[in-house]
Design a binder for this molecule. Structure first.
Ligand code: KG4
Ligand code: ZN
Length: 360
């Protein structure tokens, strides 16, 4: 049996510069150089700084990925690159390098949708069969997808404003906690009482799977200001209770919307029903536990890729590239970098654009 093609993946659509080598479902190397420190003073990702850092580091990432996998450039069978959606300067850096490598090595070029990379990861990590349901929750994305094939996605709903990770980060900022906000809010929430503050459960009264998280962060801001007016400041316990209340609200909204998404997905009679969750927010233990309960009660398999493959990385791009390559989907030198690129062309575009760039 011949071995599957060796694919070099490149990712530079937001604030992680990454390169990886993948053969079939084997990740030979996956290098991610983050940029948190570069953007820390600005309260969000600065596109120009991100683009410059990608341009400076992409080739270093590729070298390191080749070293770690102990393969040479000439051994690569194809180059897969994120061609969107994302911050255009960063996407361009990756696409230009991929074109250069493709032309120089005489190897095929494959343009990959970043969201398809996330959405196909459960096939890389767990070998999930199509169709499965995916909840993508990160700092820049939040959507439910039915994944039917490498190019066949139905978006059932998504956030109409902030992504949950963005709301965690803003909540942390409001309460003076460190960034990224997800882990620090989660740690505080463990010490808090989620019932003390009554926080909204946005859009639960509306049918369907669309979500909204920006109002929650405003509710936290109001509660904080009310406490400051009443008592002159926040105690440790106030902070913990606010974090617990916020996290419980996000958890409840995502769990209920997941129940609704499962009902829509079930209508397709999937032979091996499964829900996969991906994105940085999938690291949240309270959220995971709630989703596991939903899946248990609905008799559905629950999977979450390991965190290093849940958050932005290039292995997912290489893997998605390999699925496209198997279908003969090769790009040429006209491959364009796209700031917006919805996975589901039939679904209405989402409103809004968060700190992590355009949401497709
Ligand atoms: O997937 P990711 O690394 O980057 C993109 O947004 O594409 O996700 C980062 C986001 C941040 O907003 C971070 O605060 C959030 O994921 N996050 C968490 C946790 N760990 C990271 N949110 C909630 N709970 C966590 N434990
Ligand atoms: Zn992402």
């Amino acid at each position: 049996m011949t071995s599957p093609p060796l694919i070099l993946g490149l990712e530079s659509s937001c604030d992680d510069t990454a390169a990886a080598l993948v053969r079939g479902r084997d990740v030979l190397s996956s290098v991610v150089m983050g940029q948190n420190a570069l953007h820390a003073d600005f309260g969000g990702v600065v596109p120009e700084i991100a683009a410059r850092a990608h341009a400076e580091r992409l080739d270093l990432c590729v070298e390191q990925a080749l070293d770690e996998a102990e393969v040479s450039l000439s051994a690569i069978d194809a180059i897969a690159v994120t061609a969107g959606p994302g911050l255009i300067g960063g996407v361009l850096s990756g696409v230009m390098l991929a074109k250069g490598l493709s032309a120089g090595l005489g190897k095929p070029l494959i343009g990959v949708n970043h969201l398809a990379g996330h959405a196909l990861t459960p096939r890389l990590t767990d070998g999930l069969a199509f169709p499965y349901l995916m909840l993508l929750v990160s700092g820049g994305h939040c959507q439910f997808l039915i994944v039917r094939g490498p190019e066949d996605f139905s978006r059932l709903g998504g956030t109409i404003d902030d992504a949950p990770g963005e709301a965690f980060d803003k909540t942390a900022r409001i309460l003076g906690l460190t960034q990224p906000g997800g882990p620090s809010v989660e740690a505080e929430a463990l010490k808090g009482n989620e019932k003390r503050f009554r926080l909204p459960r946005p859009l639960l009264d509306r049918e369907g799977c669309d979500m909204s998280f920006s109002g929650l962060k405003t509710a936290i801001l109001r509660q904080r200001d009310a406490l400051i007016t009443d008592q002159g400041g926040l105690t440790q316990q106030d902070r913990a209770d606010l974090c617990a209340g916020f996290q419980a609200a996000v958890r409840d909204v995502l769990a209920e919307k997941t129940r609704r998404a499962i009902a829509l997905y079930r209508a397709e009679n999937p032979s091996e029903p499964a829900l996969a969750v991906a994105g940085g927010v999938a690291a949240n233990k309270a959220l995971r536990a709630a989703l596991e309960v939903v899946c248990e009660t609905q008799d559905l398999r629950f999977t979450a890729p390991p965190l290093r493959l849940c958050t932005d990385n290039a292995a997912m791009i290489a893997y998605a590239g390999s699925e496209l390559f198997a279908l003969g989907r090769v790009s040429d030198m006209s491959l364009a970098a796209r700031p917006r690129w919805p996975l589901d062309k039939r679904a209405a575009p989402l409103i809004g654009s968060g700190k992590k760039g355009a949401k497709a």
